[in-house]
Design a protein around this ligand. Structure first.
Ligand code: HSE
Length: 311
């Protein structure tokens, strides 16, 4: 398998490190994964790879069969993704923004070209959730989905409840590599909206028009709101929720006060959780680290693994 990696930020660097650290194990499990070329606007001092600052060198390289796209934003990522899929290369992406907006077109393009579009890393960082919904729970009619889907916001809310200021907690989350390049996507609930929209697509096969999603972030919450909730045994969590009544899909994001006896109450720090209710399985909950380089990189590599196995 010959891959090209575009985007060498927190997740991209972790992908290269883990592929290198686990080379022997990966070789034994799935065979050789050769990183043919890596790309970013600047090389960030990464050595030992063929580096380019021009992504076209990767997407037009006939040796590369799978492109790993780990850049933020949609404009360039959309161009890259279309060309990659149309030229019959597989695409692995962590870009929830891209898929929440252009998913319908890109999923169809992958199908038409008989290549894989894998996106486990785009929801819930290191938590396996895309694969299990697609492959294990697919027979269910889902009633609803809700989740804590942004590690940065959950980290900030947890730290604020412990007494830290909003700005210090956000700075911490940025230093730990949890936040988006533009953290307003995190705190204003937009990142959560991208992820819950993708989950809705997994459950019911359709994406909501993004402008129709009702979105409120944690930036409207004050320290007093959090203290009052605490005194009542409640905890604010930024939740993404999706419901389908058989006719209409409703998707919304808002900070909501969660009771002590709910599972989501105990999901703290960078941890995320996704709850789904299916007619056969009842309630299923996925829990784990929702952001950060290494956790998210394992999801990217699991997608490479699936492509290699033909899944
Ligand atoms: N900024 C995102 C978060 C990264 O904090 O959850 C993972 O998608």
């Amino acid at each position: 398998m010959k891959i090209g990696v575009i985007g060498l930020g927190t997740v991209g660097k972790s992908v290269l490190n883990i592929l290198s650290n686990e080379k022997n194990r990966l070789n034994k499990e799935i065979g050789d994964i050769e990183v043919v070329k890596i790309c970013d606007l600047k090389d960030n001092g990464i050595t030992g790879y063929d580096f380019t600052d021009d992504y076209k060198e990767i997407i037009n390289d006939p040796k590369i069969d799978t492109v790993v796209e780990l850049i933020g934003g949609v404009k360039v990522a959309y161009e890259i993704s279309k060309i990659v899929l149309a030229s019959k290369k597989n695409l692995v992406t962590a870009n929830k923004h891209l898929l929440a907006v252009y998913g319908n077109e890109l999923f169809s393009l992958a199908e038409e070209n008989n290549v894989k579009l894998q996106y486990e890393a785009s929801i819930g960082g290191g938590i396996p959730v895309v694969g299990p919904i697609k492959e294990n729970l697919f027979l269910n009619d889902f009633k609803n989905i809700r989740g804590i889907l942004n590690g940065t916001c959950n980290y900030i809310l947890t730290k604020m409840e412990e007494g830290m200021s909003y700005s210090k907690a956000l700075e911490d989350a940025q230093n730990k590599g949890y936040a988006e390049a533009d953290p307003t996507f995190d705190v204003k609930g937009i990142d959560t909206a991208h992820k819950i929209n993708l989950l809705a697509h997994l459950a019911w096969g359709n994406l909501k028009e993004f402008s129709e999603i009702s979105i409120a972030g944690i930036d409207t919450l004050t320290k007093e709101d959090i203290e009052i909730a605490k005194s009542k045994g409640l905890r604010y969590k930024l939740l993404g929720e999706a419901n389908f009544d058989g006719k209409e899909l409703t998707v919304r994001v808002a900070p909501m006060a969660v009771k002590k006896d709910e599972l989501l109450y105990s999901v703290n720090g960078v941890y995320n959780a996704v709850e789904l209710e299916g007619n056969y399985t009842g309630k299923t909950v996925f829990y784990g680290e929702g952001a950060g380089g290494d956790a998210t990189a394992t999801a990217v590599i699991s997608d490479i693994y699936k492509i290699k196995l033909g899944g």
